[in-house]
Design a binder for this molecule. Sequence first.
Ligand code: ASP
Length: 332
Amino acid sequence: MKNFINHLLVLIFLIAFNTNGMAQQKPDYVIVIHGGAGDITRQNLTPESEKAHLEKLDEALMAGEKILKDGGKGIDAVIKVIQILEESPLFNAGKGAVFNHDGINELDASIMDGQSLSAGAVTGITDVKSPIELAYRVMIHSNHVMLSGKGASEFAKKEGLEIVKNKYFYTKERWDNLQKAIENEKKNESGIKEKHGTVGCVVLDKYGNLAAGTSTGGMTNKRYGRIGDSPIIGAGTYANNSTCAVSCTGHGEYFIRYVVAHTVSAMMEYKGTSLAEAADYIINKKLVEAGGDGGLIAVDKDGNIAFPFNTSGMYRAYVKAGGERVVGVFKD
Ligand code: ASP
């Protein structure tokens, strides 16, 4: 009997403490954000631009963290973070979005609540200032999950959201990128090396709820009403309280085909795979084999995080309650 109790005590000790002898404590809250993955290297990113991007990510992270620290809901932190990045011309979302082939900004966004599995998504938005807010309204005030173009704009007006002219989203840099892409196309060269710049946020809040959101202008020179992964629940965004919350960035066609965000959750749910392993498998094995560029950010129900990417860089930042706070861009 004594032996049995001794064994039991050892077992409890092993469960409570990891191999470093530190208590494995679930953090009170966790927030991870991204500002896009792509061809971002020390050679093509000036120190000034790097600084500006990292400062904006930090500002967004702090705003999201404040909501979580004060006991706010994860989904509200996701919206706040993404709105700050949508309003910044530095990222490919909201103001600063890339142009389609016709010189128009067409925006996509989606959001998901891991507790209720409710979700909202919008695509082909040309006149709503905050696509992520619109996706959220679709989630809470409509009977649908995904609205597009004209109908989405009509719904935004009914909801009283801020409507802007398409030129609100204009930046010279993105316009020049479109011209370059069109020129390259004429010369039969492949488009431009995308730096992407989509934004996303995943959160675990104090109540154990997970939430995820993504907002983007899509890809430069896109045609024919092209829709990427970002507004597709399961491809670019997914959240489920029993597994994890995920937001993706990269070459959307691949993320759609490989249903990337949901695959991470499914591997955890059906196979018992860890978050780190599942996220790494889909980004660094499946997508690499297929030739799909990009990365993702994720947090699981226990507060573990992952942010694998198979490109040279991914703008990212995260903070765990009472723990580390990191903002970065390059692989090393
Ligand atoms: N995934 C986005 C899309 O394909 C683009 C990006 O993340 O940069 O629309």
